[in-house]
Design a protein around this ligand. Structure first.
Ligand code: ATP
Ligand code: MG
Length: 776
């Protein structure tokens, strides 16, 4: 146990940690140590005799939960932290529901439908109802249903709610209520819950079963919630119910970082907290420990453009740091290239590792240009979010076998694999089986089990029987064997692994590798403690529950891997990185076209920008492109309006474009005083007309160069990596002095530069592996 953990805190933080009983709210700006306080408080409670079984801590990502657990373990130094319930709302509630779902008529091993599964069920219903799925877009309908559930509105209420109905009438989609009703029934029949159900059903469970409510109220004597500003009404009500007896609820949040109102979260939750409980202790934290002064100043000024913020004055003792780099490029590809080049350069110059960089964007689709340029420069990276591993077809197919083994009611999964790999069960057979299942009010699986009785014959009957027998064989081993053993058996019996192995196309190979990766991850699961600390439950059911709940930010997250991180700003919430690139700062992209119609929407986009800025510890780049491909065509964009809201004195503007580079020829060479900014591109770009127009781009006087033969190298002369050299760059040679690269040739590991040294004897060919140059 580390006895000095309180010493690491400031006065206010300590006050919050030391508050043990009664409601507590910490409202504070980004990077002020809210999460740190929450974590330390858990350890502090335990040191003061609170049983770890009685603590519940809820966060938004599994990554945050894991970090929290690790930090508590660090302070307490034991295995005590195991018993804590720390997790995301979804994972904790899924775990509780796994113990209680039977009360609601679900199997305790219910299936969890991810967004794709849910949309697929909705699409089926839309088609069954002969509605036009171009008008009733499954995605749209799904969002409506999701919003309803997050506001605790069931299908009945939905169809009777005046405002909701008005809205659907206005959109000319009066059938959504009906689809919702059918969707809810279908999920129930399939023994499945979607993500929103994990909250909604949890709420219903607590409301309808007082004994269950009582049990958990007494179990969770201390409740803590991070990022409280982003809780939606369902989460809010559940917390209220659970905390009603002991009222030991501690919430931390920042109204300026509320970025999920589209999912039904409301800042009101923060404002309401003081009214919900008597004697709420409110603590404000104002010192930021994360970012440099420059970064924080920009963040503060940007967010000040929003009306209706809780008054906070965030300050820091950290260094002033470098100015924020604002870079314009011609195209999105150049934006990608510029970021990759800058990363390579920063790694050399400031000794960063790949893991120190994050590229944050507004939408997942933006990742492409960064991926390409990082790949070209052989910089390892990882994308969080987007099409996730678990969304790939081959993975979903494989998982469908595992799901069916656990829960035969799951019709979605059953339909997915009944004829995969092909076994001669055709579309007509499936349609017939669906009809029988509806007519006799039994599950699809039961129809298959009783196929002969329902009149299936010949080859079809044989195929169905074979399939049923196979699934039963998996079920037969699942009680005695762990998830991995079952999965291996599935791979063998179904022939999936072999089939993919024999497919020698590139896609086939990739699929084969993905399945291997999946099997590896299942093995890993069986060999490490589960997220909630239970070492024992390595069953298939426990595995399936865990993977479905992996959020975008968690996928296969390996803290030890040295990679550049790419993710949306939403996924970056709560995280911090030494160097951040916030990219795509253009009108219509950020702020998004969809979010500029009302002040509220625009303010949410601004909060999102605030979140992006405040992820950075030391260095921040903001980039935007004049034009980019979107939805298949090239569009021109104005710079984001948010850029105009930043205080000029903390900004360094520059322009990165292929054409501009060439303009630097004969540009006079020399060093630029760039306020500590070491970025070579900044230095290059400041010489362009575009950059010259900007106030921050003023060159410092050029140092007087000594005659070539006696050239004295600049202090701190440090040759740069030959790979960084490019035509047009200004360089310094130890002997010949300053010059400009005219051309580059030679193999990548033996590059030769032709450089003109005005004072060092004119044009020379330099073998970079021997006589190395420094970029100036
Ligand atoms: P966000 O709003 O982004 O979620 P936060 O308020 O939760 O931020 P933390 O992530 O807890 O902030 O802390 C930000 C950084 O500051 C972390 O690196 C943390 O370790 C550090 N920090 C917090 N408090 C202190 C302190 N008293 N002394 C030194 N470092 C601190
Ligand atoms: Mg935090």
């Amino acid at each position: 146990m580390n006895p000095n953990y309180l010493d690491e805190l400031n006065e206010r933080q300590r006050e919050a940690v030391a508050h043990i009983n009664g409601p507590l709210m910490i409202v504070a700006g980004a990077g002020s140590g809210k999460t740190k306080v929450l974590t330390t408080r858990i350890a502090h409670l335990m040191r003061n005799g609170v049983d770890s079984f009685n603590i519940l801590a809820l966060t938004f990502t599994n990554k945050a939960a894991r970090e929290m657990k690790e930090r508590v373990e660090k302070i307490l130094g034991g295995s005590e932290a195991r018993n804590l319930y720390i997790g995301t709302f979804h994972s904790v509630f899924a775990r509780l529901l796994r113990a209680e779902a039977h009360r609601l008529g679900y199997p305790n091993d219910f299936t969890i439908y991810d967004t794709d599964d849910a949309k697929s069920v909705i699409k089926t219903i839309i088609n069954e109802q002969n509605l036009d799925d171009k008008h009733y877009k499954p995605n749209f309908v799904y969002n409506r249903i999701s919003a309803a559930k997050n506001s605790l509105m069931g299908p009945e209420e939905y169809q009777h709610d005046y405002y909701v109905q008005q809205e659907d009438m206005r959109g000319n989609r009066p059938m959504i209520g009906k689809i919702y009703e059918m969707y809810a029934k279908r999920c129930f029949k399939n023994g499945a819950m979607d993500f929103d159900d994990l909250l909604f059903k949890m709420y219903i469970l607590l409301k309808q079963f007082p004994e269950v409510l009582h049990k958990y109220q007494h179990k969770f004597k201390y409740i803590m919630i991070d990022e409280y500003q982003d809780t939606n009404p369902a989460q809010y009500e559940i917390i209220k119910l659970l905390g009603a007896v002991h009222e030991n609820i501690c919430v931390v949040g920042d109204d300026a970082q509320s970025i999920y109102s589209f999912r039904g979260a409301t800042i009101q939750n923060i404002l309401q907290f003081e009214k919900d409980y008597e004697d709420v202790r409110v603590v404000k934290l104002e010192q930021n420990y994360r970012s440099t002064k420059s970064i924080l100043n920009v963040a503060n000024e940007v967010i000040a453009h929003n009306k209706g913020q809780i008054e906070k004055a965030l300050w820091t003792n950290n260094m002033e740091g470098e100015k924020i780099k604002l870079v314009r490029t011609m195209t999105d590809n150049e934006e990608g290239k510029h970021v990759a080049d800058t990363i390579a350069e920063q790694k050399l110059r400031n000794h960063y590792e790949n893991r120190d960089f994050a590229i944050l964007y507004r939408t997942n689709a933006q990742s492409r240009s960064f991926e390409e340029s990082l790949r070209r420069k052989a910089i390892p990276y990882r994308i969080y979010g987007g099409i996730s591993f678990y969304q790939r077809k081959e993975i979903k197919d494989f998982l469908a076998y595992l799901r069916i083994t656990i829960n035969t009611r799951d019709e979605e999964s059953l339909k997915r694999i009944i004829n995969y790999p092909v076994r001669g069960i055709g579309k007509t057979t499936i349609e017939k089986a669906v009809i029988y299942s509806n007519e006799h009010n039994i599950t699809f699986w039961e129809v298959l089990e009783r196929a002969r009785e329902f009149g299936f014959k010949g080859g079809t009957l044989e195929a169905i029987d074979g399939f049923v027998t196979m699934i039963r064989s998996f079920q037969a081993i699942m009680d005695k064997h762990n998830a991995y053993d079952v999965a291996v058996q599935v791979g063998k019996s179904t022939n999936i692994v072999k089939e993919l192995f024999n497919d020698k196309t590139t896609e086939g190979l990739a699929r084969y590798e993905n399945i291997q990766e999946l099997l590896n991850s299942i093995k890993e699961f069986t060999e490490t403690p589960t997220e909630d600390g239970e070492l024992l439950d390595k069953s298939l059911g426990s595995y399936l529950q865990q993977i479905t709940l992996l959020t975008d930010a968690d996928q296969g997250d390996d803290e030890n891997s040295d990679v550049v991180k790419l993710m949306t700003i939403h996924a970056a919430k709560g995280l911090e990185f030494p160097v951040v690139f916030s990219v795509g700062l253009e009108e219509n992209l950020f702020p998004s076209t969809l979010s500029i119609n009302t002040r509220e929407e625009l303010e949410e986009e601004r909060r999102l920008f605030y979140v992006a800025i405040t992820r950075a510890k030391s260095r921040l780049w903001l980039t935007y492109a004049n034009s980019r491909y979107r939805f298949g065509s090239l569009v021109q964009n104005e710079p984001s309006r948010f850029l105009e809201e930043m205080p000029e004195q903390f900004i360094d503007r520059s322009y990165a474009g292929g054409g501009a580079m060439r303009n630097t020829f004969g540009g006079g060479g020399g060093l630029w005083n760039n306020g500590g900014g070491n970025n070579m591109f900044d230095r290059m770009q400041k010489k362009t007309p575009a950059a010259a127009a900007s106030p921050a781009a003023r060159p410092a006087p050029k140092p007087a160069s000594a005659p070539a033969s006696t050239h004295v190298p600049s202090p701190g002369f440090a040759p740069d990596d030959p790979a960084l050299m490019e035509t047009g760059m200004e360089v310094e040679h130890q002997k010949f002095g300053f010059g400009t690269i005219l051309s580059m040739e030679g193999a990548p590991n033996n590059r030769i530069a032709t450089v003109v040294f005005p004072k060092g004897g004119g044009e020379k060919k330099i073998m970079l592996n021997y006589a190395r140059l420094m970029i100036v």
